[in-house]
Every structure is written in C-alpha cells, then in structure tokens.
Design a protein around this ligand. Sequence first.
Ligand code: ATP
Ligand code: MG
Length: 559
Amino acid sequence: MSTETTSAPNFIRNQVREEIETGKVAKIVTRFPPEPNGFLHIGHAKSICLNFGLAEKFGGECHLRFDDTNPAKEEQAYIDAIKEDVTWLGFEWAGKVRFASDYFEQLYAWAQHLIREDKAYVDDLTPDEIREYRGTLTEPGKPSPYRDRSADENLDLLERMRRGEFAEGEKVLRAKIDMASPNINLRDPILYRIRHARHHQTGDAWKIYPSYDFTHGQSDAIEGVTHSICTLEFEDHRPLYEWFLANLPVPATPRQIEFARLNLDYTLTSKRKLKLLVDNGIVDGWDDPRMPTISGMRRRGYTPASLRKFCEMIGVTRADGGLVEMAMLTHAIRSDLEDNAPRAMCVLKPLKVVLTNVDEDHEEVYEVPGHPARDDMPVRKVPFTRELWIDSDDFMEEPPKKFFRLAPGKEVRLRNSYVIRCDEVIKNDSGDIEELRCSVDFDTLGKNPEGRKVKGVIHWVSASHGVPMEVRLYDNLFMVEQPDRDKDADFLDHLNPESLSVCQAIGEPSLADAAAESRFQFERVGYFCADRYASQAGKLVFNRTVGLKDSWAKIKKKG
Ligand code: ATP
Ligand code: MG
C-alpha cells in the first residue's frame, strides 16, 4: 500500500504561523503572479501550493494576478490555461482575476510623482549606451547626460512618450537613485519603455509599458498583499522594491520573502525553454503528456492531489540549486493511484492464445473486484473464452532459468482464472510466432494444482470480448539529469528519442466506456489515464502515467 506523506520543512509557513500567533499579522494576503507568456509548469505548482496553501491554512486570501507588462510575449490563451490549471489544482482565488494592467493608470501617476520629487527622469540614451553607462559588478556606473532634466521637461516628455510621439527605444523613463550603488538594480533602473504593441487587456491605450520591477511591488501594495513571496533571483531586487515603497504614497507595504525554485531532474522548469519545445514541434503542444506543465501532467494522468502532495513533500527552503528527483514526483502519483485507481487487464503487445480443450462457444464470466482494497468500487465482469490475448513479453520460446511465465511445455496461471499449459507454438512462413496452442487444467480455478508449483501469473483478455485501444507509453523527455546544466550547450541535444512509443493494445471489456481522464491500474503493467481529448467510447486512447515500480519508496527505505 502507499507510503505516508512526509512533509518537509516549510520556513515560510512557520514564519507566518508565528506572526499570526503573536498578532503581528491579523489576516494574510498572498498572491500568485504569473506572467501570461506560457503555460504553468511544475515549478509554478510549488508557488501556487505555497501561496494558496498559506491563505487556506491561516484563513487569509490569495489573489490570482497576471503580471502582464510585456504585451509582445503575452496571450489570452495563456491566461485561460493558467486559470484552468489553478482551478484544477483545487484552489480558488479571492475576488476577481486581477491584472497588473488594471493598475497602469495608478503606476503612471506614481511615475509622475517620482518626477515631481526629482526621483525619475526621461533618458535619451540608446539601450546599448544605457548598458554601457550602468557599469559592472566591480565598477560604478556613470550618470546619463539627461539625468538633470527639469521636472516640467520630464513630465512633458513622459506624456508625449505615452501618446506615441517617439519610436521604440528612443527614450525611457528611469528612476534617479544611485549610479554608484553596489547593487546594480539601484543604478537608475528603467521604469517605462516605449512599446507600440497592442495589449491583450488594454488594447491600444498605451504606447509605453512599465517595467516588471516598477510594477510588481506596487501591484502588491495596491492589493494589500502582506507577504510577497517570490523566488530567490528577486532577492537582489528587494532593495529596489523597498525604495519604491518608501518613495511612493502606496497604501500598504508588503514584505518580500524569497524561497528556492523547484528544479526537477530529467526535465526543464523554464517557460522560455518549454516554449522552444512547442515552437519547434518537438512535443505536441504545451499540454503534451511528456511536458512538465501542469496541463501536460494532467493529460498524463496526474491528479491534483498527487501534485499537492508532491509540493508538500519537497518543502520550502532557501537552499538554492538542488535538483529534486522525478522519482519523488512519480512516487506521489503512484501512491495516489495505488489507493484510488480501479484495476483492469490490458494487453499491450497482443499474442493470440487458443485453448484447444475449450469449446468455441464456451464462455464463463468472472466477477472480479474493481480494487483489491476498495469494496466501494464496482465489480468487473471478466469473460473467459477459447481464444485469448496475452502479452508477447509473457512468452519465451527459449526461456532462461528464472522465467516463470509461459514457455513451450510450461504452465502459468491466467490471472483470476485457470492454469494453462503451452502445447504448441504456431509460426508463419517467415518464422514469426502467430499463436500459441494451450490447454486448460479445469481443476485449477482459484487453487493451485495438486503436487505442482505454478509460480507465474499473467494477465490476459478474451479475444472475442476485448476492446482495441491505442496506448501511448511515455518516458522522460531528456536523457540526462539536468538538460540545461551547461549554459552554453543546447539542451535540445539531450532529447530522448524514445520518449514516446505507441502500442495497439487490447483491454478487458470493462474499459469499453472509460470516460476521458479516467485512471486505471492495468494489472502488472502500470497506471494509465484515458486521454482527455483523444479518447472516447469506440476509440479509446490511454496514456501511461507511471509504471508500477516505485524507486522512490525503495530509496527512502534504504536511506
Ligand atoms: P519561468 O522562468 O519558467 O518563465 P517565471 O518565474 O518567469 O518562470 P512567472 O510567470 O513570473 O514565471 O512565475 C509566477 C510565479 O511562479 C513567480 O512567483 C515565480 O517566482 C514562481 N515560479 C516560477 N518558476 C518557479 C519554480 N521553478 N519554482 C518555484 N516557483 C516558481
Ligand atoms: Mg518571469
């Protein structure tokens, strides 16, 4: 049976608990703030579970806010997919869906406020010059010659930038902070860029767009977010966010807490790289079952509960750079399905068996539990007839010593049924095995034959009642643990050419009307899920979610 969930430490949850207990915070407000420039991946699931989980646990609220400051890369389709993923994971955002673009007017007014306070200016340097003037980690930057424009001139230029009077790249608005700061983020960061792009929410209203840095913290402040939880790469941006909060008349001061991103082995957690797989046709869309996207894992057969359990198992720390094992993720889904997926027999690589001592019209039907430990699941009716399919991997013409399945002259038990013996192997002209002739020992239903040891049990399906189906077997998309470890190398070099193989399989009749997204354990084979889009009665398509072998549980036991 399944292994207990072990929750790993979550330092943010501990911190919030203490704040609530000591009355430092009355009600927490968190948010999940994706940029709608791709589908969400398993890394985002960690952030979702953390932010929504905290609100759930401590009676607060969590917002869903799209940080939509880069219209060139964003799309409505991504917004829709992200909403669907969050809902599917079982979370509910407080209030309406929010957009940073809802705050564009306010942000603009705050930019004007900074100008009036002599804390922002319009700069005419080119992007290359700005980079050059910025300095390096070891050398200070130098001030732009446009840094000392008057407030009136700056206000006028900003207004004209907004109206579209200048070309892209011609001007930017920058904060006036400190060109010599050891933190490069404080060297007059860009607040607004000119972009003559149509925005999915605001249409053509704006010709300038605020930078992510100028938007993110203030959006949190506007929404009354108490804990701005983000990943570690924003740690160095925190002084800048605090500068904005200190220099603007914001209604609240959110506190930023950083945690380590999730990295998972044998896959990627970067929208940009995942988009490359989609754009190059390497996978069949963002929700290809091999993708580490939430929608891909859903199609693959993962349950919301399993992803939430996984996020609980990995915990939340500030220790960066670790790689979580895929085996831990598959353990989470396997233990869920072990307990909750009904059983069925399905033969992936069918080999015909003719039972020579069974009549043509003979039929018996076994009533088999839907699940060995769950009497709430319907009983399956499994018909037994003269002609059956077994898996060709369960037969060997010249078996090694420890092969306990079927071989010429050997016996094996058909699961839930009789012991059979292989009497003859029928081959075609080219020498391929076409069918096996076997005989049934009718004295063996539910018991082992007297005086004989029959070790092997194999699965099978009645040839006259079995339902044909397509079964897609998925493997890791990449052959190496960390496909993008070497920054200069092309991660596409590490693609696994065998990440997908397709079988024409035959399943027991109880599968005939399997609903899309229903999940099963195909006995002795693995866990499978009816494809959300492709599968329907009469044309079943199953995706392999995971195999039966749990390497994570084994590792845990040893360790
Ligand atoms: P990517 O690099 O894949 O584009 P991102 O961080 O740019 O990811 P956002 O849309 O900005 O994507 O992310 C929304 C939220 O999810 C952010 O708060 C971000 O910190 C968090 N997040 C993104 N990737 C991970 C990850 N691998 N582990 C944990 N949290 C993540
Ligand atoms: Mg991002």
